[in-house]
Design a protein around this ligand. Structure first.
Ligand code: NIG
Ligand code: FE
Length: 425
């Protein structure tokens, strides 16, 4: 008996399966391949993909009933939902006034040193209740979903006290129940709050008092390693303690200067290292060797007005697994759209459209340890699928600044349909 499909998306001009990389992220030349099936069809039962191939191949393997939903994807691209593997989703307040100051010449770090920047958002987030944070985050998640994102990683780091960090992480837990996008929680040690005398003193407090309370609430521990924030030794001390408690590791490194952060990430066998605009040649080789994923965030480089983008092509050439993410946050990158990130990756970091799509799907799934279930369209994987209103994948970064997504399917359910504006749980 052939299994019955609940949903069949048929005749996609390009079906980007991105198959065969669930065990190892894509590197080097593999990043140019999207395993495209022309006139492809994908069949779904419950929350899983049950067949993928040409229409004839799929119809040989599955059967339909009168309840089967069929979507004609002629002239369209069908691909896995985007995975946004680095965001700061949960926060209150906004920083458009600082944006105005930056336009006039103030630097991002000057604002932070004078008690603004991240600390501005910390004040607003501390003052906000859980309900307000949930409401605001749901709005951002709706926008992300509408632009094709089906899974996000989300960092704390705007509370900095035990109570306020836990508040952010509790909000993420609740979002997972009430919204269809999956939210993967990270405890981020973001900066030193004003009630502490020095970064070293705050790191001691986090290690001695906070870390163990974050266990079970966050999968990852992350740190902002940068001049005037946390140095290499403080970051190493924190992450070594976090690793002992069972956290997987992520880092913000080499964003505004080369601190040797990529080498630190590699030596700790971190799952990912983000930013990397100023990574050194040794840093690149260290990431390639350790298998730590480089999550590049060209939206933040762009929005901070810098011309120094991460050297994506060199990283790919030297064997680093590259992922792309928005870094969605109120200071350095207030956009929920992965589509604009792909455009920036191509234009500013000279990635090809295929490399950018691999970086936003399968490699991003590896960056959150989820490549066994998401990131590609393969039999047995979770049915996180989107249909884009473009004839081929090269149009995704090319036709920029508008939403190209027509339909988003999460765990087999249509959760966004741009034609009817149907938005369900
Ligand atoms: O990844 N670099 C540090 N943290 C964030 C920005 C957070 C903020 O400015 O609020 C980032 O860019
Ligand atoms: Fe970030």
């Amino acid at each position: 008996m052939k299994p019955i499909a609940d949903l069949i998306i048929f005749n996609a001009n390009e079906l980007l399966t991105i198959s065969g990389s669930s065990f190892k992220p894509r590197t080097g030349k593999q990043m140019d391949d999207l395993d495209i099936i022309k006139n492809g069809t994908v069949a779904v039962s419950k929350d899983k993909i049950i067949a993928c191939g040409t229409s004839d191949e799929v119809m040989e393997k599955v059967s339909k009933t009168s309840d089967t939903v069929e979507i004609d994807a002629s002239n369209k691209v069908v691909m896995p939902g985007f995975i946004d593997s680095h965001t700061h989703l949960v926060f209150a307040g906004s920083r458009e006034d600082e944006f105005g100051q930056r336009i006039k010449g103030a630097s991002y770090m000057d604002l932070l040193r004078s008690g603004g920047g991240i600390l501005n958002t910390v004040r607003a987030t501390r003052a906000a209740g859980k309900e307000e944070l949930i409401k605001r985050s749901l709005g951002h998640l709706d926008t992300m979903r509408k632009f094709g994102t089906t899974t996000v990683e989300s960092k704390s780091g705007y509370g900095l006290t035990m109570e306020d960090e836990l508040k952010q992480l509790h909000v993420m837990k609740e979002l997972n129940v009430i919204h269809s996008i999956e939210v993967i929680p990270t405890f981020l040690v973001h900066t030193t709050p004003p009630e502490f005398k020095s970064p070293g003193e705050y790191i001691d407090f986090v290690i001695d008092t906070m870390l163990s309370k974050m266990q079970g609430m966050a999968e990852y521990c992350d740190v902002f390693c940068e001049h005037d924030v946390f140095d290499i030794e403080q970051s190493r001390r924190l992450l070594t303690a976090a690793k002992k408690l069972g956290f997987n590791l992520k880092l913000h490194v080499d964003q505004l200067s080369d601190m040797g952060g990529a080498k630190l990430a590699a030596s700790l066998h971190a799952v990912s290292a983000s930013h990397l605009e100023h990574i050194s040649r040794e840093g690149i080789d260290a990431l390639a060797k350790s298998g730590t994923i480089a999550i590049l965030l060209p939206g933040a480089t762009f929005f901070l007005g810098s011309n120094t983008y991460a050297p994506a092509s060199e990283m790919i050439y030297r064997g680093v697994a590259v992922a792309l993410a928005t870094d969605f946050n109120p200071g350095s990158c207030p956009t929920e759209s992965m589509q604009i990130i792909l455009t920036l990756a191509c234009l500013k970091m000279r990635m090809s459209p295929a490399q950018a799509i691999n970086a936003a799907t399968i490699n991003a799934a590896h960056a959150i340890n989820r490549a066994d279930t998401i990131g590609s369209l393969e039999v047995g994987k979770q049915a996180d699928v989107m249909i884009l209103n473009v004839p081929n994948h090269k149009c995704i970064p090319y036709h920029f600044g508008v939403n190209l997504v027509q339909t988003v399917i999460k765990k087999g359910k249509i959760v966004y349909d741009g034609q009817t504006e149907l938005v369900s749980k």
